[in-house]
Design a protein around this ligand. Structure first.
Ligand code: GLU
Length: 478
């Protein structure tokens, strides 16, 4: 199919989870339909846009596994792909609209605009521009320009029937022209606004589908009117509902992490994170949830996009991430873990094959890559710690003490005993079983109440370490 989708971030900050989802949906549609994805950088806001932000957004998109067919870093026939490099195109188009009388110069000062706005609001009316400059004569306009009066260019929303948006996600949405109001397309500093730049670029870049967050829905009738005025065919629009936090409010900083970079740092696997984000607003026909990228590309289509907001559930993300971790090969798991481990450990001093065996054990239980650094403490002599709860519980249970004393003795007599024999002897000598036996054994071996299987942990502990740990717990609870 010859569709052309686009993702058009403003480089004014980090890549927010909601925007990442928009990027992913466009990418999946482009790949599903063997079509094109265009990355366009919308940096018309000179004050807030930074090259650092652009770089970070691109890095996060790549981390998610996305790629694009045209964009500032890969080129293409419709470039440049940064709006700051397309000024002359916007000027040409602004002139076209002025010539067609579809736009006009407005000399109203910010104070005047504020006053009319307040007046309208006090009358309970929609605040919109009152059209004062719509019919200025060319002579008057020239005079004001000669006086160097600052002005903006407004698009003229002519009276007419409602503007109809045939939205891929939401169905038909109608907008009355009266409520739209003549909006600014060129600022007094001579730069285009988002509305103009977006319409010109979507047309010149031959975009066929605009899929974006529904915070842009109110821009759509304006963009359709501009397309009509230029004589451009409007692309198809689809507006994705918001991503909400667990409290059903728009996902934001208040909910903790909300940018892709933060999730990366917290130890989520990119393919798991992508899978999780896709399910925020789309579902597979078979209701399956774990879908690798290949499957997602195959199954994804606009028909199953949801029109109601979705909720970002961190528990579900953790569960899904754990599932992805279990599916990794040990080598891949090790590769992904390295940067996290390096923060805490001098990896060059750790035996690699031992470390891989430990990782193999932890891979069966951790939810996030960062959980490994914590759980690794169980296996390291100098990082071993006993949790307070473990001490409290052991101190008040005589059976636990009995197990520990027997354990210490068994290890003293036979320092090389294996886990199965240890278990048997301990059972024989204490006549205890189940929790009474395994809890103190776990507490002594790991210092924690929960963790990986003991049979797997024991062979990976340094020699004589278990005996030292048993004695330490006995000492701290006596
Ligand atoms: N630059 C806009 C944003 O980051 C996107 C606008 C659009 O998709 O039309 O929200």
């Amino acid at each position: 199919m010859n569709y052309r989708f686009r993702y058009a971030p403003s480089p004014t900050g980090v890549l927010h989870v909601g925007n990442a989802r928009t990027a992913i949906f466009n990418w999946l549609l482009a790949r599903h339909y063997s079509s094109k994805l265009i990355l366009r950088i919308e940096d018309t806001d000179k004050e807030r846009s930074t090259p650092e932000s652009e770089k970070a957004i691109i890095e996060d998109l790549k981390w998610l596994g996305l790629d694009w067919d045209e964009g500032p870093d890969v080129g293409g026939d419709c470039g440049p792909y940064r709006q700051s490099q397309r000024s002359s195109l916007y000027e040409e188009h602004q002139k076209l609209l002025l010539e067609k009388k579809a736009a006009y110069e407005c000399f109203c000062t910010p104070d005047e605009l504020k006053k009319t706005r307040e007046e309208l609001l006090s009358l309970g009316k929609m605040p919109k521009y009152n059209g004062k400059c719509l019919n200025l004569s060319p002579k008057h306009i020239q005079e004001l320009k000669d006086q160097k009066k600052p002005f903006v260019i407004r698009f003229y929303v002519k009276p007419g029937p409602p503007v109809v948006v045939d939205d891929i996600v939401r169905g038909t949405v109608k907008f009355e022209r009266e409520v739209i109001g003549d909006f600014v397309i060129f600022r007094s500093d001579g730069g285009p606004t988002y509305q103009l730049a977006c319409v010109v670029d979507d047309s010149l870049m031959k975009i066929t589908h605009v899929i974006r967050g529904d915070d842009h829905l109110s821009n759509t009738p304006k963009q359709i009117l501009m397309n009509d005025a230029f004589g451009f065919t409007s692309p198809k629009f689809g507006h994705l509902p918001m991503v909400l936090g667990a409290d059903r409010k728009k996902l934001s900083k208040r909910h903790g992490a909300c940018s892709v970079g933060e999730y990366k740092q917290q130890g989520y696997v990119s393919s798991a994170f992508l899978n999780f984000l896709v399910l925020l607003g789309w579902s597979c026909e078979t209701s399956e949830e774990i879908l690798n990228t290949e499957r997602l590309i195959k199954e994804f289509s606009e028909d199953r996009l949801s029109s109601s907001p979705s909720i970002f559930e961190t528990n579900k993300l953790d569960w899904m991430n754990g599932q992805y971790i279990r599916q990794l090969s040990l080598e891949e798991f090790y590769r992904l873990e390295r940067p996290f481990l390096e923060k805490d450990l001098a990896l060059s001093q750790v035996d690699e094959s031992w470390l891989k065996q430990v990782l193999k054990v932890l891979q069966t239980s951790v939810a996030k890559l960062t959980d490994v650094t914590d759980q690794l403490q169980i296996f390291l002599k100098d990082k071993f710690l006993i949790e307070d709860d473990v001490i409290k519980e052991t101190a008040k249970d005589l059976d636990f003490k009995k197990v520990l004393i027997a354990l210490s003795k068994i290890l003293e007599d036979n320092p090389d005993i294996d886990f199965d024999d240890l278990k048997k002897q301990l059972q024989n000598e204490t006549s205890l079983k189940g929790k009474k036996l395994f809890h103190p054994l776990r507490y002594a071996m790991t210092g924690r109440k929960n963790g990986p299987e003991l049979a797997l942990v024991m062979p990976l502990l340094p020699k004589n370490e278990l005996k030292l740990r048993v004695d330490k717990l006995l000492k701290e609870t006596s």
